[in-house]
Design a protein around this ligand. Structure first.
Ligand code: AMP
Length: 417
């Protein structure tokens, strides 16, 4: 049975907490963005303040075995500083029995990178590129078999399990899902996970209407499942960014050199037809800023999105598109934004994305629920200073994307089961 972090009695108990401390480090092993560490603090502090002790576990990067570059030792001092206690360190996540036994209430222990072991992900390592099917099958079976012991060892460290790693919630890994089986009555979400789940439910289950989704970004192929799921939920679907040109081409428009995926034109047509059938209003870009080069000093023109001249490519939404989209957004009670509507990394092409951020902030002020998640729009909204002006900004790119596709995330299911 699932427990709740606010009502669970942590007194004298050891909690093993899966966090996402997969932070970017520079070549001096300094943390360049500690958002993920800070995001886990409310949960970690709650356990300590309630008389419990912490066994903290995470992955860092994609090591293929024990690699100093990916050691969580590099972030230990910063975690201690954020948590306000001297966090201890177990240099091998599978041999931490002594350190765990010595933990007293109010103390915390950080386990070394879980992905130093192949068992965390349950995927074989070191297979030759030309390995045959049989060899792959045997290696997979071997790692799956040893994964059971790996999970059991981690579970033996604690009395209860908390999952607060939304960034890996879409993975059925040892520490994100399998370990929950060992805590049938002592498993719960941390505050960050709770916030993310509530945000997902606010748009997928309990959306107030009108509900508008703005889907942008570079490729239709990476957003196809999101678009299809959104058709079942929304009243209005704004399709912008690089992926919009595939739809414009599917409608017979001339898109010049704009980014597009010809092989996805049939799917784009199908989405447009399905939207009509379901009464979902589709808003493609009507006017586009085009450039003669993919660079900051390129020449630019503002043209109708269906009449982009040869040699020019769409790089941002034009003012007429933004005006139409703005009205739709401001009339909505729920807004989901996934993916920028232009090449926002280049300031000259960021105006459309900034405008969308402004509309979302205004809609939020008017009482709409606004969620930014599952794509580069999260980076855009944060960079542009609008993160605090929308209802929620998701911390998990891939996990949020899969949730928006309508998939059950293993990290969530394992706690709820
Ligand atoms: P995604 O990760 O799918 O949200 O895609 C984000 C990327 O889409 C960003 O790097 C943007 O620069 C890119 N993007 C947005 N609009 C365009 C466009 N018109 N042409 C090329 N790339 C774009």
């Amino acid at each position: 049975m699932q427990q709740h972090i606010d009502s669970y009695d942590f007194t004298g108990k050891k909690a093993i907490v899966r966090v996402d401390f997969n932070v970017p480090l520079n070549e001096k092993f300094e943390i360049t963005d500690d958002t993920r560490i800070r995001a886990a603090m409310p949960t970690l502090k709650k356990v300590l303040a309630s008389g419990g002790s912490l066994v903290i576990m995470s992955h860092l990067g994609r090591p293929k075995g024990v690699t100093d570059k990916f050691s969580l030792r590099h972030i230990l001092a910063h975690v201690s500083e954020c948590l306000g206690v001297d966090v201890k360190f177990a240099p091998d996540c599978q041999k931490a029995q002594a350190e765990v036994a010595a933990l007293k209430p109010g103390e915390a222990l950080l386990l070394e990178n879980l992905r130093f072991y192949a068992e965390e992900e349950g995927k074989p390592r070191g297979l030759a590129d030309d390995a045959g099917e049989e060899e792959k099958k045997v290696a997979k079976a071997a790692v799956k078999a040893s994964q059971k012991e790996f999970v059991k060892t981690l579970a033996s460290y604690a009395d209860c399990y908390i999952n607060d790693a939304f960034g890996t919630a879409h993975r059925a890994h040892a520490s994100t899902a399998l370990i929950a089986d060992y805590f049938p009555n002592d498993k719960m979400f941390g505050y960050l996970m709770e916030g993310e789940i509530k945000a997902i439910d606010n748009v997928l289950k309990n959306a107030q209407h009108p509900f508008t989704a703005i889907i942008g970004g570079s490729k239709v192929s990476s957003k196809l499942a999101v678009l299809e799921n959104m058709l079942e939920k929304v009243d209005n679907l704004i399709i912008g960014g690089g992926m919009g040109y595939t739809f414009i081409k599917a409608e017979g428009g001339k898109i010049g050199n704009s980014l597009h995926e010809d092989d996805l034109i049939p799917q784009a047509k199908e989405i447009l037809a399905k939207a009509k059938e379901k009464g979902v209003n589709i808003y493609l870009s009507v006017q586009t800023l085009v450039a003669d080069d993919f660079s900051a000093d390129a020449n630019t023109l503002t043209v109708p999105s269906h009449e982009i001249p040869d040699g020019w490519e769409g790089v941002d939404a034009g003012p007429e598109s933004l005006e139409i989209w703005g009205k739709v957004i401001l009339d909505s009670k729920t807004v989901l934004w996934n993916g920028p509507v232009g090449v926002f990394e280049i300031p000259a092409f960021a105006k459309g994305t900034l405008k969308i951020a402004e509309y979302l902030a205004e809609a939020t002020e008017k009482g709409a629920y606004t969620l930014v998640g599952g794509g580069d729009s999260v980076a855009a909204v944060t960079q542009m200073g609008y993160a605090g002006k929308v209802s929620y900004v998701s911390t998990g790119g891939g996990a949020m994307l899969e949730a928006l596709e309508g998939k059950d995330l293993p990290g969530i299911a394992a706690i709820r089961e």
